[in-house]
Design a protein around this ligand. Sequence first.
Ligand SMILES: [Zn+2]
Length: 413
Amino acid sequence: MSNPEKTPHVSGEPSSDRDLQNVESAKTKVGSLKELIDVVTGRLPPENQIEEEYGSAEFLPFPFLGLVGQTEMKLALLLALVNPAIGGVLLIGPRGTGKTTAIRSLLDLLPQIERSNCFYGCMPEDIEIGGIDAVCPDCARKYAEGEPLTHTEKAHLVELPLNSRLEDVIGGLDERAALNNQIRIKRGLLAQANQNILYIDEVNLLSGEVIDAILDASAMGYYSVRRGPVSATYQARFTLIGSMNPEEGNLRPQIMDRFGLRVLVQGLVNPEERIAAYQAAQAYTSNPRKFVQQYADETQRMCTEIQEVRKQIWNIQLSDDVLRAGIRLIQHLKIESLRAEITLFEAARAYAAIDGRMAVKLADLRIVAPLALRLRRSEFMEKYEADQAQKEETLNKALDEIIPNEFPGGSPG
Ligand SMILES: [Zn+2]
């Protein structure tokens, strides 16, 4: 077989038994989420690993547990899945390093969430917080009659297509309704992303107005669309995952700041890993169903664990020592954005929760700090502040010469 077929398919026989044996022997044996974290962070050496460059058969996503190497990327994605307060992930790296495959592999790990049965997205907690008027009349009636307002379903991975227009993202006038002389607003991608994961590939190539709309909605948890006489407000709480190839252009610093964790993704260096990755890719491409099946039990276990860990997140304690050390680190690095500490501490809580603890340790900060703090210090601000400090000094010197301080011991007043 010279050229393996590239079209997506979900069944068929493996190209050879040998391929599958290789994969079997190279497969990572991971029994729990904690074990996975240990492997991912290097605390436990994996028995063997695989991953990467899987071709185009994405019908059945490549299993997360089958990804070779790329431990930092896997850790960041898991943390973001466990704790949405982290503020998402940005994967930065050249083409062909498995960013998209890794993100799509999350599909099988996505947790069950409570979703509203109502078009307006009414939730029981809206009533708990804002009273019965906080939901639509229909939901108010259901609530009074003890009918459920929500159902449970698996979260989705919503991918923003390249070249998305503002109208696709936030929604616009419903053209079909307009044909019947009705004015209605059609939901955009952001409304579909509510409570889901929103994946933006090539985030650096998105138009300014689209990325601004997404980031504003993500920061506020909702957004409004106004078209002529009609307007609508949608909930938009989602975990944002972006990827970009730095060769194709930079991301504005203020956009970069909005992503919680940042991973610099590189190609696999270890030749053994590259071989394992190639073999896994080949086995997956030749028979996705069989390949995915090998990981099915472990994937299911992990998915259940993620669900459990998510419930614990808000109970994980941050001691005074940990808080102070985190802030000291951030100030030492001269990072100004408050998002730095939010991401740092929320990532540490997620890590502790996965590790089965109810309190964050200093060691957790050490593990998650590179993810949370890298690329936070802008060169522009650094230069700007140095310039300003110099000007300030010149000003003070001039003042001292021309209008000497009457109170040399300190400032007057
Ligand atoms: Zn409702």
